[in-house]
Write a protein that binds this ligand. Structure first.
Ligand code: 2BA
Ligand code: 2BA
Length: 109
């Protein structure tokens, strides 16, 4: 068994969750925050049998889009002036950042 952890954009999360349910994958959705943009994103924890990992990855790929997002200028107020960015910067976010971890044990009590 593997644990798939997928960080996706909030806009894609409902569609992805529906697709996972439709394909009989069980998951848990967490509200998370990206360290760089400091804005909300969504992390899915999906425990899957080894033989279904590729199918799950395919579903994530099909349901998560990459988007450009503007990063607001960082105010120097109260902070280090070295980190001041005076203009908005466009960054490309997602589709999905996915980790596949081995599961040592899986219990449901
Ligand atoms: P939920 O996904 O909201 O599922 C709640 C309960 O609904 C499940 O209880 C199960 O009895 C039933 N259920 C879920 N998916 C089903 C399906 N495809 N067909 C039939 N019945 C289904 P639990 O199995 O005790 O799970 C409780 C919660 O634990 C789940 O909430 C989910 O958040 C998490 N979870 C369970 N298995 C998981 C897995 N493989 N990966 C990630 N999270 C899991
Ligand atoms: P954030 O950390 O808010 O990052 C959003 C986007 O900003 C990133 O998109 C990337 O394009 C850009 N970015 C992040 N750090 C950067 C840096 N040091 N310099 C320049 N640009 C940077 P994605 O790479 O698609 O990542 C989307 C979200 O996935 C991230 O949100 C973070 O929550 C998560 N993530 C990405 N890589 C991760 C990792 N190695 N470990 C844990 N979480 C990760």
């Amino acid at each position: 068994m593997k644990l798939i952890m997928a960080v996706v954009q909030d806009q894609d999360s409902n569609r992805l969750m529906r697709a996972l349910v439709d394909n009989n994958f069980r998951s848990t959705k967490l509200a998370t925050t990206g360290g760089f943009l400091k804005s909300g994103n969504t992390t899915f924890m999906i425990g899957v049998e080894d033989v279904r990992v590729n199918k799950c990855l395919q579903i994530i790929r099909d349901n998560c889009k990459s988007r450009d997002q503007l990063m607001a200028p960082i105010s120097p107020m109260g902070g280090n002036a070295d980190s001041y960015i005076p203009y908005p910067v466009e960054v490309s976010v997602g589709g999905a950042t996915v980790f596949v971890l081995p599961i040592d044990q899986f219990h449901q009590f």
